[in-house]
Design a protein around this ligand. Structure first.
Ligand code: NAP
Length: 536
């Protein structure tokens, strides 16, 4: 990269979102580059190499929909593809459309400062290099800033240890090893289920259990793949009709509208079907009303009891502090059965909290556990963490991390007042956070691409959302929170992270109005000459 090379658009991040945005901008003949912190493309699917990492969305509903040719060329091997396969897919896409040559790797952006006099972003990389761009597009992921637990002694440990996000590229020897896992979110659940039969011993440190449900994955044979390829139009159309952009949408009935027998039969069907139906395909009020939710939670609790042989252990694995689906539901394969193995042990941190990590293990209030390997599956500074890490500075020296300190404020989840010529593609308060990511990302990227065409057409040099439009959007986002039980529960969805200072209260950072309404809002704004945004 040359010093201060000038681009029309800089995209930060070469993950699922950045790849598609690059494709669309090149199609328009725009002078664009993608800056990627990693040594290669793939974002989430580049970093998360931990054993068991795989889709929770059906592979074919996660694929890019923009190219029929691509859809017809690519064969998925499983209904829920694993991380290596997804990374291969993203590489295939980049190679097929000659995208790689427009990407620059090992380019971590340290700072982006808007220069009002030239109406340009000055982007400075970690290694000191700089470049400029008329428009800055962030595609930096919502779960890309891993957080280690705030436990003393982490660096004292002499064995191997890492956060799941930083699982090494080189094979990690597990056989015969004494392994500790801290964290039982969607990541921890996948790792634990995958390695339980590979390690010598496995100790799981659990603070709060999650409601997990079977993924029901399976291979896709050649004949099925032919059928899938013939059905892509229907697959994507179905995704366009559901609030989460998944193949699973809510049943219009309420729990009380059906007989107990009918309800039981339906719930059995959901529990035994692949994917997120068990969470998102339920009666409409299960995720909205306490009484309906309690009934379903009791049903799932019994399923857990039926899968874990030790009744006391089963009780520890059943959440008591929140109802089913009010936090992200980890989908699993033999997660509960793993606890029936003799080499696995659950440490309930509510009974015996961790005191510290030591040279050779983890000390709780009751004992010292010795390990060869400690795996931190302790989550992320979600949604705004990646923004906070970059010094994003507006024209008056105003910093984005200050503006968003108490929680993000945006217009449409895509732009923010005080930061002209910037779009946050997978940003807070947009639908990508609460949807099947590629589906929502295609909406956001298509909108941003059309917006950039509009700027060019009108020869506008500068855009910035108005404060009033942003305030209205915040009210709209907040209204979505009133409807859902999940906003009463502490999780990364609602902005909580015990390992990040100040993240101990509700933050309005996800869009809960559903992908359909979000798409409609985007359309309305575009059709009304981008009302709410000032141009010059
Ligand atoms: P997470 O859901 O935030 O879970 C973090 C876990 O670490 C929780 O169990 C948490 O306990 C525990 N933890 C954090 N700090 C701790 C501490 N100081 N002491 C003890 N325990 C601590 O993070 P995640 O599992 O990485 O998942 C994040 C998101 O990534 C998911 O919700 C999902 O959206 C995405 N994901 C997707 C897939 C997929 O598509 N298949 C797979 C994995 C992840 P508490 O619950 O008590 O806070």
């Amino acid at each position: 990269m040359q010093e201060s090379k000038r681009y029309e658009v800089v995209v930060v991040g070469a993950g699922v979102c950045g790849i598609y945005q690059l494709y669309r901008l090149l199609e328009q003949g725009i002078n664009v580059t993608v800056l990627e912190a990693g040594a290669d493309l793939g974002g989430t699917w580049y970093w998360n190499r931990y054993p068991g990492a795989r889709f929770d969305s059906e592979s074919y509903s996660y694929a890019y929909s923009f190219s029929d040719e691509l859809l017809q060329e690519w064969d998925w091997s499983e209904h829920f593809a694993s991380q290596p396969e997804t990374l291969r897919y993203l590489n295939y896409v980049a190679d097929k459309f000659d995208l790689r040559e427009h990407m620059q790797f090992d380019c971590r952006v340290n700072s982006a400062v808007f220069d009002e006099s030239e109406c340009i972003w000055k982007v400075i990389l970690e290694d000191g290099r700089s470049l400029t761009s008329n428009i800055l597009l962030t595609a930096i992921g919502m779960l890309s800033t891993p957080t280690l637990p705030n436990i003393e002694g982490i660096s004292a440990f002499q064995g191997e240890s890492f956060h799941t996000y930083h699982w090494p590229k080189e094979p990690v020897e597990l056989q015969g090893k004494r392994v500790g896992v801290i964290g039982t979110g969607a990541t921890g659940v996948q790792v634990i289920a995958d390695i339980a039969d590979k390690v010598g011993s496995l100790t799981v440190f659990q603070r709060r259990p999650n409601w997990c449900a079977p993924l029901k994955n399976g291979p896709i044979d050649a004949a099925t793949m032919v059928e899938i390829k013939a059905s892509y139009d229907e697959i994507f159309e179905k995704c366009r009709t559901t609030p989460g952009g998944f193949l699973h949408g809510p049943d219009p009935r309420h729990v009380e509208e059906v007989t107990e027998e009918e309800r039981k039969e339906f719930w059995e069907e959901l529990y035994n079907s692949p994917g997120f139906g068990v969470w998102l395909g339920n009666y409409r009020n299960v995720l909205m009303e306490d009484a309906a939710n309690a009934q379903y939670s009791a049903f799932i609790a019994d399923k857990i009891r039926s899968r874990v042989l030790d009744p006391q252990l089963a009780e520890k694995l059943i959440p008591k502090d929140h109802g089913f689906g009010t936090r992200r539901v980890p989908l699993e394969t033999n997660y509960y059965e793993a606890y029936n193995r003799s080499n696995i042990r659950l440490v309930d941190l509510n009974e015996t909290p961790i005191e510290r990590v030591t040279e050779n293990g983890v000390r709780t209030t009751s004992e010292h556990h010795e390990f060869d390997l400690i795996i931190y599956a302790t989550g992320f500074d979600a949604i705004t963490g990646a923004f906070d890490k970059i010094n994003i500075e507006g024209p008056r020296g105003n910093k984005l991390r200050d503006k968003w300190q108490e929680g993000p404020v945006t217009f449409l989840g895509l732009q923010t007042h005080g930061f002209p010529n910037m779009m946050t593609l997978a940003g807070p308060q947009g639908a990508s956070v609460s949807s099947n990511f590629p589906r929502a990302i295609e909406d956001a990227v298509d909108w941003a691409t059309a917006f950039i065409s509009y700027l060019r057409e009108h020869q506008y040099q500068r855009f910035e959302p108005e404060e009033a439009a942003e305030a209205d959007w915040l009210e709209h986002v907040k209204a979505g929170y009133d409807m859902m039980l999940l906003t009463k529960t502490k999780s990364w969805f609602t902005g909580y992270n015990s390992n990040v200072e100040g993240h101990d209260k509700l933050r309005y950072q996800i869009y809960l109005g559903g992908a359909l309404q979000y798409r409609e809002r985007l359309r309305e704004v575009a059709e009304n000459d981008y009302t709410g945004i000032s141009f010059s």
